[in-house]
Design a protein around this ligand. Structure first.
Ligand SMILES: [Zn+2]
Length: 337
């Protein structure tokens, strides 16, 4: 077997299944090398089916750590229905501490629907969309800002064409009670996991839980809270598994929209970005967003950058050194849905 993805998951089988999805990929060090992607599947009778995944991007750690913890804690007798956990979907990227795979440069969240005869990232994306997503009712794909970006902790769904499915996605999102959530309009052909979930007939939930290629007590607690509340809302478990008391600190949800290029400020040349505000700040149109320095021309005054639109700062670049094309800061618009 030189292409494809090898697995032994039996979706109908009751009980505990664990092991590795294997993607054969011949490399210099190892002609018969296989990329091994760990998973756990538990099934206890009929009921809801939930897929929890992280490591779609390698350098986003909250989901990777909380889902491997959940794999160690969850028991078949403690659930109803089925749960599949894939904590490191793009394991080469995770092991390289990078967003994309070092083998093929693959950005998994731009690789759907994938290709069964393509590069490893494309093969995994194809397996996820056609088999794993298609065999679950709900997909929760956990992200963060990654090495270069700070992100407002928030949940995310993509707008669904099916009104009933969109309503159910919003209902589950509210049950996880984040302070912020945003609805992306990426269209039915989106190369993202959320686009893939919709095409596979599943409800897709995602979110940004931290950033900067690190975790904090707050980002880990928010991630645990969302996983626990989703498990309980679906009826997979009757209480929290990762330890957060479900039902505490419920705050009103603010929905956000990010749909116009003018909501972001992008670099058009090499420079060094100094932010004036951090994620979570409420800003007005015309307000100072930061300053863009030129260390190659120290005699030149820094350029003052202004927000074109009002809203809540949802992300900002963490790496000061920037190049043309880099997104420096973004504001999302508060909306009612
Ligand atoms: Zn990501």
């Amino acid at each position: 077997m030189h292409t494809g993805l090898v697995h032994e998951i039996d979706f109908a089988a009751e009980g505990r299944q664990s092991g590795y999805l294997a993607i054969p990929y011949s490399i210099d060090r190892s002609p018969y090398y296989q990329i091994k992607i760990p998973y756990l599947r538990l099934k206890n009778g009929n009921g809801p089916s939930l897929l929890l995944m992280a490591g779609n991007h390698g350098d986003e750690y909250e989901g990777e750590l909380q889902l491997t913890r959940l794999m160690r804690r969850l028991e078949v007798s403690g659930i109803r229905g089925s749960v599949t956990i894939v904590p490191m979907a793009n394991v080469p990227a995770v092991m390289a501490a990078r967003r994309c795979s070092p083998f093929d440069g693959g950005n998994m969240n731009r690789a759907f629907p994938g290709d069964p005869a393509g590069t490893p990232t494309a093969r995994m994306a194809h397996f996820l969309e056609t088999l794993l997503f298609a065999n679950h009712d709900v997909i929760f794909d956990i992200h963060a800002g990654g090495t270069s970006m700070a992100h407002l902790p928030c949940l995310l769904i993509e707008r669904q064409t099916d009104p009933a499915r969109h309503a159910r996605a919003l209902e589950l999102l509210r049950a996880m009670s984040p302070s912020y959530a945003f609805i992306a309009d990426n269209g039915p052909a989106a190369p993202t996991s959320m686009g893939a979930a919709a095409r596979a007939g599943a409800i897709g939930l995602s979110g940004e839980f931290g950033g900067g290629a690190t975790v904090t007590p707050e980002s880990m607690a928010f991630t645990a809270q969302c996983i626990d509340r989703l498990l309980v809302a679906l009826g997979v478990t009757t209480g929290p598994v990762l330890g957060t008391p479900a039902g505490s600190d419920r705050r009103p949800l603010q929905l956000l929209s990010l749909c116009r290029h003018s909501q972001g400020i992008y670099a058009t040349r090499r420079g060094w970005f100094e932010p004036a505000v951090d994620v979570g700040a409420t800003v007005a149109a015309g307000e100072v967003a930061g300053w863009y320095h030129d260390l190659e021309r120290p005699e030149q005054a820094e350029e003052t950058l202004h927000f074109a639109e009002a809203g809540i700062v949802i992300s900002r670049r963490l790496h000061t050194d920037s190049q043309a094309g880099d997104c420096l800061i973004q504001v999302a618009e508060p909306i009612d849905d």
